[in-house]
Design a protein around this ligand. Structure first.
Ligand code: 26V
Length: 818
């Protein structure tokens, strides 16, 4: 059945029937006794059926067109839910709602029963999910490769104000969106030795004899593009043991031993690493990286061989994008496959690899740059270690445009860091093995050239590019904000969904009162929806007319939730000191997870909750200030918060947030940004204009200067009374009477070594907040600026980002819709 060509009433009837059939024959339940979860499962399966034919047709069309394949290798895909996404992109949402209603079931009741696929930590993983959807939308033959974790990112519970991590269990009720492919499986080796082996022709070559083998089994999930014209694949690998069990051990009564290998193997795809943690160097993580990289490369080389018959043309038929350095071992693994399995010379193999691979860098933070001890690498991947040495020699002696003779330069660009007990530098490996290395915003690209990759950039001046991130407007406007979508469609039609720059047409409505009234009404409804959620989950009542001031993202010192909290306290102090003043009512909304091992970030969560408790129980500020920390931030929660935001907090220390994408989502949904000139904030300002954004604080170059000359936080605090007072309140236990010294260490650290320049930016931040609050009191001005944000965000569609990758990195073109 082709949904697009079927009349609406027939669509409803067919879906109604299909859901009932799925209920009986796939879920196995009598519809009269079905529970809500059964209705969710039956609906998802019925929708999946409507995907499959076009999915197969897309694959055939890509084959027939001989389309260049784009492979996106990522350890993280932060997908969220798929029911609303699939129905929207298939244009079946209204019909599905009606079909369910005929069964006496409301769509809104079942959609929340779908667990989030939370196979990612934050921005990097969500970007991968947006890219998959945009590749399908623009018609690229894109295929995502990753790991099918049994458990995604931990569920965050707030107990007594503290974050507690609970295991996440998204697969307990099964996953209706995926297809297991037991026949698509590859063996992945670990450990063992590399031995010379005599060949029949008298020559000798090296052969890797792994000590251990683990099997990677494919699970495919269709990725539906807008209007369902192209449907691509996300292929996730699950680890199985090569042998199901050891029967001999079992028969001897050694029951645990009989399954030991199975357990060891399956551990590889057990859990997602909470990546933003400071501890690194765990063996299992390196195993995960090699596991999915090797399976993916074996799979794509096999596909290429089946179609082309020779590995030589790989760079013409395939582009492989490495999402950060997590799959950087691909450089060595692809060379190994080409040399050891296809008999190429190392030079030829390396040249093919470099013609095929691209690498995206997502952070400049030194502690986040991956490196592995040579000893660990050698033990797990002995053949790859040899190949990396050979690539290093080639790169240092011959492959660079100029011979690299200075020992200092050789040290700085070597793949091996000799200064730190010998480490393999994965960023360097990815750099030398890629045709292009890209940053995720203009500023980030520039900083890559002057900081981490400075010496590389001198040697390879054409390699670094900057392609600014984007977001898919289907999920981050059409699906999460139906009210605004309807208003936009009524005003300018719906072509903008595929051609986001058309949103600029909205600018001509700024003085159109009926339109603007509706725009305000939509925002208010979205705020009411969020208020209802907060009331329901936390028992806190929010005033939908207050300014909703939102900071939602991973908790990290560089993102400076602490700056926001200190400003909250300063505002609280002022409201208490002058309760009679005409304050702008404000709700401070926080959400985000901290890495389990990141103690200071977890203490910041506790501080947010402590401040919330005191403020929300203080009758003096009632109805003017509320503080909310919403637990368990994930994609689904973001979909409720973002449409309700008035003010978007993007306040990282300039130079440290590579891009940000939450900034784009909130601006698109009509929030004003309060932000530093960092990452994509700079480009958001360029698009929305200086008048429609609240910029404050030091710029990246000023941050660098201040850090170079030494910064004295105490002097700064002494000179700013509101900052001094807020800090003293936190330090002395005003918000932690049960344990007055709880925050003494946190505040001392801030005063002694304010690494992220919280105190340096405070005054300017507080001042800018005051401007924002004043502006909010002239609602017509505020909403005018909000609309101009929505209207100016078209460029930040991930469709644009993907087209730039296709043109500048992948040299890949869309193939016709099937
Ligand atoms: C990882 C780590 C690990 C060690 C401790 C410090 C630390 C800090 C950050 C990270 C995350 C690195 C990868 C990442 O998620 N980067 C984000 O990528 C987004 C998509 O490009 C981008 O919008 C965000 O600005 C960037 O932080």
């Amino acid at each position: 059945m082709d949904a697009a060509n079927t009349p609406y009433t027939a669509q409803v009837a067919e879906l109604h029937r299909a859901i009932e059939d799925k209920m009986r024959y796939a879920v196995g339940r009598d519809p009269r006794h079905a529970r809500l979860h059964d209705w969710y499962a039956a609906t998802a399966l019925a929708v999946r059926d409507r995907i499959v034919d076009r999915w197969h047709a897309t694959a055939r069309s890509a084959d027939e067109a001989n389309a260049k394949r784009v492979y996106y290798l990522s350890l993280e895909f932060l997908i969220g839910r798929l029911l609303t996404d699939s129905l929207t992109n298939l244009n079946l949402m209204t019909a599905a709602k009606e079909a369910l209603a005929l069964h006496g079931v409301s769509f809104d009741q079942i959609k929340d029963l779908e667990p989030d696929a939370a196979l990612g930590n934050g921005g990097l993983g969500r970007l991968a999910a947006c890219f998959m959807e945009s590749m399908a939308t623009v018609g690229l033959a894109g295929l995502g490769y990753g790991i099918r974790y049994d458990h995604g990112l931990f569920r965050q519970v707030i107990r007594d104000g503290y974050q507690v991590e609970m295991p996440e269990d998204w697969l307990v009720f099964g996953n209706p969106w995926e297809f297991e492919r037991p026949e698509i499986a590859y063996d992945i080796g670990f450990g063992g030795r590399v031995l010379p082996q005599d060949q029949p022709d008298g020559s000798s070559r090296l052969v890797w004899m792994p000590a251990e083998r683990v099997r990677a089994v494919a699970y495919d999930t269709p990725v539906v593009g807008w209007q369902g014209t192209h449907i691509n694949t996300l292929r996730l690998w699950r680890a199985r043991s090569v042998e199901p069990m050891r029967l001999d051990a079992f028969n001897r009564g050694h029951h645990a031993d009989a399954f030991a290998a199975q357990l060891n193997a399956t551990n590889i795809s057990r859990v997602l690493y909470p990546d933003d943690s400071s501890e690194a160097g765990r063996e299992l993580r390196l195993k995960q990286e090699f596991f999915f990289t090797s399976a993916s490369l074996q799979d794509l080389v096999r596909r290429h061989m089946a179609q082309q018959g020779s590995v030589e043309r790989l760079p013409d038929t395939a582009s492989i994008q490495l999402n950060d350095t997590h799959p950087a071992v691909a450089v060595a693994e692809l060379v190994r496959l080409l040399v050891d399995e296809y008999g190429l010379t190392l030079e030829r193999a390396f040249s093919i690899a470099r013609g095929t691979l691209g690498y995206t860098n997502h952070t400049l933070l030194p502690e986040a740059l991956e490196s592995w001890p040579v000893t660990l690498f050698e033990r797990l991947l002995p053949r790859h270690m040899q190949i990396i040495y050979e690539i290093n020699a080639l790169h240092l002696d011959t492959a660079t445009p100029r011979p690299v003779s200075s020992p200092e330069l050789r040290r700085s660009i070597s793949l091996i860091d000799e200064s730190n007990g010998r480490q393999v530098r994965m960023g360097h490996l990815a750099f030398v093995g890629s045709k292009k290395v890209n940053g995720v915003s203009a500023l980030h690209g520039d900083l890559m050239k002057t900081t981490v990759f400075r010496d590389f950039h001198k040697l390879f001046p054409d390699r670094i590019t900057a392609i600014t991130n984007g977001i898919t407007f289907r999920r981050w406007l059409v699906e999460c904000n139906p009210g605004l979508t309807a208003l936009i469609n009524d005003s300018i039609g719906n072509r903008w969904v595929a051609d986001a720059e058309e949103l600029s047409e909205l600018a001509r409505f700024v003085d159109d009162t009926p339109f603007m009234d509706r725009y305000s009404a939509v925002k208010r409804e979205n705020k009411q929806r969020l208020a209802a959620l907060v009331q329901d989950r936390m028992g806190i009542r929010l005033d939908p007319d207050a300014l909703f001031d939102v900071q939602i993202k991973r908790i990290h010192e560089y993102k400076r939730q602490l700056l926001n909290l200190i400003e909250t306290v300063a505002l609280y102090d002022k409201m208490r000191a002058e309760p009679g003043r005409n304050w702008t009512p404000r709700v401070k909304i926080f959400a985000g997870k901290a890495a389990a091992s990141y103690h200071r970030a977890k203490l910041i969560i506790k501080l947010a909750n402590d401040i919330a408790r005191v403020v929300n129980n203080d009758p003096v500020v009632r109805d003017r200030l509320r503080v909310v920390f919403l637990p368990n931030y994930n994609v689904s929660l973001a979909e409720v918060i973002i449409p309700a935001a008035d003010l978007s907090e993007q306040i990282s220390t300039a130079g440290l947030e590579a891009s940000g994408t939450g900034n784009m989502k909130m601006a698109l949904n009509g929030a004003l940004t309060i932000g530093t000139l960092d990452g994509a904030n700079i480009e958001i300002r360029d698009h929305v204009g200086d008048d429609n954004i609240l910029i404050f604080g030091l710029r990246a170059d000023e941050v660098a200067d201040i850090k170079a000359s030494g910064y004295d936080a105490r002097a700064k605090v002494a000179a700013c009374p509101s900052l001094a007072q807020a800090i003293e309140a936190i330090r002395s236990g005003v918000f932690s009477p049960d344990d007055p010294s709880r925050y003494a260490g946190l505040i001392d650290h801030l005063l002694n070594d304010d690494v992220f320049l919280v105190t340096a930016d405070f005054e300017s931040y507080e001042e800018t907040h005051k401007r924002g609050a004043a502006l909010y009191r002239t609602p017509l001005e505020w909403r005018r600026k909000a609309l101009l944000n929505t209207a100016a965000m078209g460029w930040f569609s991930s469709d644009r980002t993907i087209r730039e990758y296709a043109r500048d990195i992948w040299q890949a073109a869309p193939h016709p819709s099937p």
